[in-house]
Design a protein around this ligand. Structure first.
Ligand SMILES: Cc1cn([C@H]2C[C@H](O)[C@@H](COP(=O)(O)OP(=O)(O)O[C@H]3O[C@H](C)C(=O)[C@H](O)[C@H]3O)O2)c(=O)[nH]c1=O
Length: 187
């Protein structure tokens, strides 16, 4: 069986952009949102432990920048199944040559792209359309006590959000700014 995902390396080692194929016929299509066999080749470590859906009503809304601390640091496959977003992953891995660098890519229901994010990255996105739906596939369970976050408007991250940042949650507004002493996460 031919591969269901085409992979593109990004400017940050370990962070992979996937494009899923659609098997179509006169009724419509089928596409695979996750495939353990194929994604293992890009680092996915084992069973899927959680799948989440989020809905974001209005364009301009930003969610992020989220991560989980060890031992609940996780692989995360981020997929937009309705609408369009700018998806951003920030490298927080201690010792990484790209520490605090980010990759920003457009994900949409139409471009069939997903971002495969290893542990040690903060993730966030901005809705570029109304009525966005996201599917998150996680390699670790959600643990509130392990949650961490960065402010999406942190000048040290220098994320160029395409639209004015709107509707940040109170928690996302309260994330600490990165200091010059930040050495990264051990994951
Ligand atoms: C992540 C998560 C959250 N929650 C609870 C915690 C809060 O009571 C509520 C909303 O959580 P939060 O505000 O973190 O949701 P988002 O800001 O939409 O976070 C999402 O968007 C950003 C961009 C991401 O990268 C997260 O992985 C993703 O979950 O759901 C759960 O019950 N399970 C979970 O797995």
């Amino acid at each position: 069986m031919s591969a269901r995902f085409q992979a593109e390396h990004t400017a940050i080692a370990g962070l992979t952009l996937l494009t899923r194929s659609r098997l179509g016929d006169e009724r419509g299509f089928l596409s695979r949102l996750f495939c353990g066999e194929e994604l293992a080749a890009f680092g996915w470590p084992g069973p899927v432990l959680q799948v989440n859906e989020t809905g974001t009503a209005l364009k301009g809304t930003v969610r992020g920048m989220h991560f989980q601390h060890a031992p609940f640091a996780e692989w995360k496959l981020v997929t937009c199944v309705q609408g369009r977003i700018l998806d951003v992953a920030v490298d927080l891995r201690q010792g990484s040559p790209t520490l605090l660098r980010h990759v920003a890519v457009e994900l949409s229901a139409d471009n069939c792209r997903s971002l495969l994010i290893p542990p040690g990255f903060a993730h966030g996105f901005q809705a570029l359309s109304d009525d966005v739906r996201m599917i998150y596939t996680h390699s670790a369970p959600y643990r509130a006590e392990a949650e961490g976050g960065l402010n999406p408007e942190d000048p040290r991250l220098a994320i160029a959000w395409p639209l004015p940042v709107e509707r940040l949650s109170a928690r996302d507004q309260a994330h600490p700014l990165v200091t010059s002493e930040f050495e990264g996460l051990i994951v």
